[in-house]
Design a protein around this ligand. Structure first.
Ligand SMILES: Nc1ncnc2c1ncn2[C@@H]1O[C@H](COP(=O)(O)OP(=O)(O)OP(=O)(O)O)[C@@H](O)[C@H]1O
Ligand SMILES: [Mg+2]
Length: 97
């Protein structure tokens, strides 16, 4: 028996003007899985996760939740669908002078 992924991103592309941040990316996540998304600086990791979290809209491609094509238009919509994003902070603590 195969289990449908809880989240699928199919053929997701994102352009910022002339910059192709993502080109036809496929990503799939089954319930309970933990993934590490690795890549060099500028590879598009944040862009992909920002799309999953409704912060950015893809230029093309689709997102499926539990097998249904879904538009995640806002971070609040993502949260209602159970998708949250914890942003990296480059500086977590203020250094004492
Ligand atoms: N708002 C934006 N406007 C223009 N270009 C952008 C924007 N956000 C990201 N980019 C570009 O898209 C590409 C992917 O960037 P992204 O931040 O997703 O990469 P990353 O893998 O998260 O990098 P890092 O490891 O440095 O966090 C880079 O070329 C980046 O300069
Ligand atoms: Mg990043």
């Amino acid at each position: 028996m195969s289990i449908d992924p809880v989240l699928q991103m199919r053929g997701v592309s994102k352009q910022f003007g002339a910059i192709h941040a993502l080109t036809s990316v496929d990503f799939s996540l089954e319930r309970g899985e933990i993934h590490a998304l690795c890549g060099e600086n500028g590879a598009g990791k944040s862009t992909l996760m920002n799309i999953a979290a409704g912060i950015l809209q893809p230029t093309s491609g689709e997102i499926l939740l539990d097998g249904a094509v879904t538009t995640i238009s806002l971070p609040a919509s993502a949260q209602k669908l159970g998708i949250g994003l914890v942003h990296r902070r480059s500086r977590c603590a203020r250094m004492r002078p």
